[in-house]
Design a protein. Structure first.
Length: 195
């Protein structure tokens, strides 16, 4: 079985400027990432959250270091490990972020989103303090947005495109099912992805 969320049944009262800016920002950063030397690896070293750098267990050579390691807790939320990683994160942000932004207001949504991303990265650093693998992705910030959506709109319905072997259908399913599936995908994808 495969399903892809398309949209929810909640229409925001205002245009989601911040949500669109976060999506646009992630796409622009990903383009810079792709255009950077060494297939983006240098860009990752410079801007991804690397637990060993944040905990002070290692350092980058002076000529490579672009920002203080603590700032990478924010910049890493705009980096992604590939087109699928970027597309999945932005799809969920587009579907669910507008409603959360609408309820919180623009400024509180910005703070909430960034704090969720930072908290997720810090949790990863706490579990893997000596890890030198770059942590990238908006998954932590988006997980916070999805949790807020679930708390604010517990009975919302999400229109999904569903495929079961050869049976294809457009249906509405409860948001908690879609968000639970996203969470499971994150848990199972975590060991094999960059964030």
């Amino acid at each position: 079985m495969f399903f892809l969320p398309l949209y929810d049944d909640n229409e925001p009262e205002s245009w989601p400027v911040v949500t669109w800016l976060f999506i646009f920002g992630c796409i622009i950063v990903f383009i810079f990432q792709l255009a950077s030397p060494y297939d983006g690896r240098l860009f990752m070293l410079q801007y991804a959250a690397i637990p060993a750098l944040i905990t002070g267990q290692t350092t980058l050579p002076h000529e490579i270091a672009a920002i203080p390691p603590e700032l990478s807790l924010v910049t890493s939320t705009f980096l992604h490990g590939g087109w699928l990683h970027l597309g999945g994160n932005m799809l969920y942000l587009w579907i669910f972020g507008d409603n959360v932004e609408d309820k919180m207001g623009a400024i509180r949504f910005i703070v909430f989103y960034l704090l969720c991303g930072i908290a997720a990265s810090l949790a990863h650093v706490a579990v893997n303090p000596g890890d030198a693998t770059p942590l990238v992705g908006a998954s932590g910030a988006i997980a916070g947005v999805l949790a807020a959506y679930l708390l604010i709109f517990p009975r919302a319905k999400v229109r999904v495109f569903m495929v079961i072997i050869i049976f294809i259908r457009w249906i509405y399913i409860p948001a908690f099912v879609v968000l639970g599936a996203w969470l499971l995908l994150q848990v199972f994808a975590a060991p094999s992805s960059l964030g």
